[in-house]
Design a protein around this ligand. Structure first.
Ligand SMILES: [Cu+2]
Length: 441
């Protein structure tokens, strides 16, 4: 069985072919070759298209369910980690569209239609990924926001907006919410000891409050309406001011009607770099990319940084490069992130360095609210699938979807400019997905 997980050993000098472990089936040989070409920087998307066996006449995994339900998010179920969608009780859904367990394996085709063409559908979505769909999407999230400096205070001017947000290029926009118009909101980075002033203007038609998740701050800055503050009324602003004490990977998100508001996109990354530069990941580990990876599993289905495969952004690195990924879970269920090919070195949890408790793994479960920082030494060239290993969150009858991307490790000499995956990431100044992507020349 073919697999996305492994470079073609016969194509790698000095590498003995090994038996396939086939942990990620169904992408088909054509897409596998395409990924490998992308990884090697050789051939281009034309080659992929030429291999496409059939036209796919129907869309894959459309969203939202139904046509007139809108966000319909007020009737949130409670107490069930297995009910990810706040709209689950209010909006109709179909087996292919719900972010719930609807992608459970089935022994037989849908009774309502003809048997599906697995390979054609799976290939079609991989081709979209290779073509750089993620980089083509408007309004990427996680874009770093530079603060204004006012009397030594780092000031972030934020808005809270109702937005139209696309999970991928073929889905209709959904009624999302955004900080400064994006889902996730801007990446806010400060340094330990900084005085921070974040001014949130509520442009929505509903009240809200913003919590800096993981920070040790004065109680009245904690952002919990009716507990530490009044709700921020539509049209009003609230200023959160505190000294950044807790270093590492943190988040900011709505703490009001949160199943709905966070589920619709009111989430973002708040990074506090250690005051000592020697403790930052670039110095500590030699990391050249510092990647935010916020997952969610509500209104938009299973998403990474507000997009679902094939509109997720690939991570592109060179052989020998070291990267950091900061996993953040803003959803309602645990997601075990699995990287093919190389291990992850887990160095921090919830912003706190693990020190001697650091460990190595290839599958890392990230619970709701948690942040885990991992270091990856990109040693083996290839296009390595990187996905949630709850398979219902990653692959179904129409191929891969949702919580899937790839770590593309290119030979140092690869002509990356012709590789569609690399092009996708580079064009991704949109990228959003990565805070910094070095120029691959
Ligand atoms: Cu998952």
């Amino acid at each position: 069985m073919d697999t996305l997980t492994r470079p073609a050993d016969e194509d790698r000098p000095g590498v003995e072919p090994e038996p396939s472990d086939a942990t990620f089936p169904e992408a088909g040989s054509v897409s596998r070759r395409a990924l490998l070409r992308a990884a090697g920087g050789g051939l281009v998307a034309v080659g992929v298209a030429a291999c496409a066996p059939v036209a796919v006449s129907r869309p894959t995994w459309t969203y939202p369910p139904g046509s007139s339900s809108g966000p319909a998010l007020s009737a949130a179920p409670s107490g069930s980690a297995a009910a990810p969608s706040p709209s689950a009780s209010a909006a109709p859904s179909t087996a292919a569209e719900s972010p719930s367990m609807s992608h459970a394996p089935s022994a037989s085709p849908s009774p309502s239609g003809p048997p599906m063409d697995h390979d054609a559908n799976a290939l079609a979505v991989v081709e979209r990924f290779l073509g750089g769909e993620g980089a083509s999407m408007a309004n990427p999230g996680n874009v770093p926001l530079e603060p204004k400096i006012v009397d030594g205070v780092k000031v972030f001017d934020m808005t809270i907006e109702e937005i139209q947000h696309q999970i991928d290029a073929k889905k209709d926009p959904i009624a999302g919410l955004g900080f400064n118009g994006t889902w996730p909101g801007p990446r806010l980075t400060v340094v330990e000891g900084d005085r921070v002033r974040a001014i949130f203007k509520n442009n929505m038609h509903e009240t809200t409050g913003v919590h800096f998740h993981g920070q040790r701050i004065p109680n009245n800055m904690d952002g919990v309406p009716h507990v530490t503050q009044d709700p921020i009324q539509p049209g009003d602003s609230f200023t959160y001011e505190f000294t950044a004490k807790t270093t590492g990977s943190h988040m900011y998100h709505s703490h009001h009607n949160a199943t709905d508001q966070v589920g619709r996109g009111l989430l973002g990354a708040f990074i506090v770099e250690p005051k000592d530069p020697a403790k930052r990941y670039d110095r500590l580990y030699g990391a050249t990319q510092d990647i935010i990876w916020i997952s969610n599993d509500a209104l938009g289905g299973f998403t990474i940084n507000g997009r679902g495969f094939p509109a997720t952004s690939p991570i592109v690195a060179k052989v020998g490069e070291t990267i950091v990924i900061r996993f953040m879970n803003e959803g309602n269920m645990m997601h075990p992130w699995h990287l093919h090919g190389m291990p992850m070195h887990v160095v921090a949890r919830d912003g706190y360095a693990l020190g001697s408790a650091a460990f190595t793994c290839d599958t890392l479960g990230v619970n709701p609210g948690e942040r885990w920082d991992v270091v990856i030494n990109c040693e083996d060239p290839g296009a390595w699938a990187f996905h949630c290993h709850i398979l219902q969150h990653a692959e179904g009858p129409d191929g891969m979807f949702g919580m899937v991307t790839a770590l593309v490790v290119q030979e140092a000499t690869a002509a990356t400019s012709k590789a569609p995956v690399a092009a996708a990431a580079l064009a991704a100044g949109s990228t959003a997905f990565a805070c910094t992507i070095p120029q691959l020349t």
